[in-house]
Design a protein. Structure first.
Length: 254
């Protein structure tokens, strides 16, 4: 995912820069007043504590949303499978057209997720799914109110409602992400922590590259993982493997 890589890469470079900047400021202060660094540890601890809190909350939120999206796929698989079986409750004549609508609906939904991150192409497929959904609903309602359609009216219509509701919930869940201000705040606090850490390293004869690179790399990698979890169809951590369950359901629609 280019956005996550760019964010993590930029943060890594920024952290190294602010570590060096803080070290130079600290060396200048030491040269001017060797005893004038009181209270640095308290401020540094507070900023690092805030950074840990921010990263902990963003990671927890991203992980919870990731698990929620996977659970919704399972729910949609179950809902589609249930509704498909309950088509048998309809009179024989409209069943073929409704089953064909189901196939078109699921094909379009699978195609939409496969075409991400191309949002334009995904929206075209979602529009196809919406048209198939309207067709399924219209035919099912018409068949369920016809003579002999009472079992379908009781069992199929609620199953269709659940199937369509979960599909809409998945679309909305895919748009739920932290506000950009959260990412800006996370990066700002991380840079402030790097500045203070570099300030605390002042006075050493040489740069501690292990400390500097380790801090920058750890923070950048953690930020990348958080962002990757937030966009699980674009990066290394993917929820798309769970789509195989939908593919398996589609394979049973003979």
């Amino acid at each position: 995912m280019l956005l996550a890589l760019a964010f993590a890469g930029g943060l890594f470079a920024g952290l190294l820069l602010f570590l060096e900047l803080g070290r130079r400021i600290g060396n200048r202060e030491l040269a001017r007043d060797p005893a004038g660094r009181g209270g640095v540890g308290i401020v540094e601890g507070a900023v690092f504590g805030l950074l840990a809190l921010l990263m902990g909350f963003t990671f927890s939120g991203a992980a919870n949303r990731f698990e929620g999206r996977r659970e919704m796929i399972v729910q949609e698989v179950n809902a589609i499978g249930t509704a498909w079986l309950r088509i048998d409750l309809l009179p024989a004549e409209p069943q073929s057209a409704i089953r064909d609508g189901f196939r078109r609906y699921l094909d379009a939904r699978l195609a939409a997720y496969r075409k991400l991150p191309d949002l334009s192409a995904a929206k075209v497929e979602l529009a196809n799914a919406a048209r198939a959904q309207d067709d399924i609903w219209a035919r099912s309602v018409a068949a369920s109110v016809a003579p002999g359609g009472e079992p379908a009216r009781v069992l199929l219509i609620p199953a269709l409602n659940e199937m369509f509701d979960i599909a809409e919930a998945r679309l909305l869940a895919g748009q739920m992400h932290p506000h950009p201000v959260i990412w800006v705040m996370l990066a700002t606090v991380a840079l402030a922590a790097a500045l203070l850490a570099g300030y605390g390293m002042a006075g050493a004869h040489a740069r501690n590259w292990v400390y500097m690179i380790g801090f920058a790399a750890t923070t950048a990698v953690a930020s990348y993982v958080i962002m990757d979890l937030e966009y699980p169809r674009l990066g290394l951590i993917r929820v798309s493997s769970f789509d195989q369950a939908l593919v398996d359901v589609r394979a049973t629609m003979k």
